[in-house]
Each structure stands twice: as C-alpha cells, then as structure tokens.
Design a protein around this ligand. Structure first.
Ligand code: MTE
Length: 300
C-alpha cells in the first residue's frame, strides 16, 4: 500500500464520505469535507468495533472551545490549522520550528484502532491515523540528559472562545516520561477514520496514549520539549489530589469523587450495562513493565 504523508493529501477534497451520503446535503453544509489519508493497518489495533464517526466527533473534551461536550464540534470549525508549525526544543540535537509537513515527513502512517478511556469513566474505540512519537523523537535526536517530554497546545483567543475562561492556566500542557513517550503504542495522530483530523478532535496533530486517561492525549500541539525534570501538566496543576502525572488507567485506584472500576461505552445505548475497566485500559501486556517497582496508588 502506498503511504501518503500529510503534504500529499489533497486539501479540501470533495470526497463524499459515509456521513455525508447518509445525511445528505445538510451534513455537507455543516461539515467541511476532510481530506483522505491512506495508512497501513497495524498489529497494535484492537478487534473491538469502533465508535461511529458521529460519536467520536460530537462528544468531545477540548476546553479551548468550551466545557460542554458539544462545544468543540460547535466552535472548533473556525480554527486555522494550515499553516501549522511545531517548536521542538530542550534537550534535542536538532531543535527548531518545524512545519507540520516536516514533522510528518518520513513517518510511516498507520491506522491504530485503540481503546480510549476518559478519566470521567466513559470510553470509546477510535480508529486513529498516526505515527509513533518515537520516530519523530529519534529524528530530532534526544540528548542523554532528557527524561521527560512536555507538550503544549496552541493558544489563539480569537479562534478559541474557551481560553477566555481563566479556569485553566493556558496553554493546556501535558507530559510523559521518556520511556512512555518512546513506547510504540504512543502515537501522534493526524487523522481518524481515514480522514485528516477533525478540528474538535485536535487537528492537525494530537497525542494519543491509549493506556492512560484521555486527558494525557493533548490536542493541537504546537510545542514538544525534551526536559530533565517532570513537567507541569494541566489537570495536575488544577487538582493534584485528583489527577496525577502518570494517569494510567487503573480500575483499582478510584478518583476521589467516583469509581474507576467500570466505564460507560459511548453509544452503547441506554440499556447496555457498564463494562469493567481494564488495567492500563487493556494494554497491560504491552506497558506494565514500564512501571515495574512503582506503587501505582502513589504514582497515580
Ligand atoms: N487537549 C487540549 N488541548 N484541551 C483539552 O481540553 N481534553 C483532554 C484531551 N486533550 C483536552 C485535550 C481530555 S479530558 C480528553 S478525554 C480527550 O482530549 C478527549 O479527546 P476526544 O475529544 O478526541 O475524544
């Protein structure tokens, strides 16, 4: 299969996709056509049936556009995602401001169908398109002193109505330990369902770390910094007793205000029961060794 990079896709193609065929002209007017992306399938994908495109793009957390689940779909359409550049700095051999096309260049795109578990105890199954973060980090050259990777989201008040609220100290920030960042399950995603990333899901590029609560998967990234020290992260800054740096999905460590033992699959229907939450969101075999010797009730 020929692999297409970000710069190869035809922007704003008038390709008629499933939802437009189903919903007809109304959807065409409401939803700009997204460019197709080709990607190879991956052995890391789950066999679970993915949520629908509509579910994945209408029930979102993206506080830069508001705190209601429908706010990102309502307000993110005006976000300018082209041109887009990412600052890569800190303890790297080749720091700089990279165009998105440069970031994606030479990175093999794969479709990764991952389980996604929000700390709020809902879950989805999402067919991401992306590439391993390790591929990019290796290209820019990680220096020996680096132990963590910090990420920041764009702050553009004129296009992001939610950043008028001082509730979060913008920019939204996240971070990973270097070994977590280099793990092959950790991807930078540029699309889903075979199309470029919808804006409400973090266009043009966002992190996806499937064994951690969804808040680690930072959207619309403009900065990646390699650091020696553990970086500050948004939810930990807001409520350190409730949200730790690691945020590994763990059914045995409850949120102070609710149980994490089970979850509601978005779209499962009113009468579907809750599902048991799995250790590391079902990725225990792949990632448990990263935390050998750590007490995960302490390092939550
Ligand atoms: N990234 C930014 N910049 N701002 C946010 O508010 N919300 C996080 C995460 N990334 C968030 C973010 C949370 S809480 C979740 S659950 C996921 O994005 C939701 O991703 P989705 O809307 O694509 O399902």
């Amino acid at each position: 299969m020929r692999r297409l990079g970000w710069s190869d896709v035809t922007a704003k193609s008038l390709w008629l996709n499933r939802r437009q065929l189903i919903a007809g002209g109304a959807a065409l007017a409401a939803t700009p056509a997204l460019a197709r992306i080709e990607a190879a399938p991956s052995g890391y994908s789950t066999d679970l049936a993915p949520n629908t495109f509509e579910e994945i793009t209408s029930y979102n957390n993206f506080y830069e556009f508001g705190t209601d689940k429908g706010d990102p779909a309502r307000h993110a359409g005006g976000l300018t995602t082209d041109p887009w550049s990412i600052v890569i700095d800190g303890l790297v051999d080749r720091p700089g401001t990279y165009d998105l096309a440069d970031v994606v260049r030479e990175q093999p795109l794969e479709e990764r169908i991952y389980r996604f578990r929000c700390v709020e105890a809902w879950s989805m199954v999402i067919p991401w398109i992306g590439f391993e973060l390790a591929g990019l980090l290796n290209r820019v050259g990680v220096q020996p002193g680096a132990r963590f990777v910090a990420f920041e989201t764009l702050v553009r008040p004129e296009e992001m109505p939610g950043v008028a609220s001082p509730f979060i100290q913008w920019p939204y920030r996240e971070g990973l330990r270097l070994d977590e960042a280099m793990h092959p399950l950790t991807i930078l995603a540029t699309g889903l369902y075979g199309e470029e990333m919808p804006k409400q899901n973090g266009a043009p590029i966002r992190l996806v770390v499937p064994w951690k609560y969804g808040f680690k998967s930072i959207k619309s990234i403009v900065r990646i910094s390699l650091t020696a020290d553990m970086p500050p992260t948004t939810w930990n800054m807001l409520q350190p007793q409730e949200y730790g740096f690691y945020a590994n999905v763990n059914p045995k460590v409850d949120h102070p205000r609710w149980s994490q033992a089970s979850e509601r699959r978005v779209g499962a229907g009113l009468f579907a029961g809750r599902e048991d939450t799995l250790m590391f969101n079902g990725y225990e075999a792949e990632v448990a060794s990263l935390y050998a010797g750590q007490d995960l009730a302490v390092d939550y």
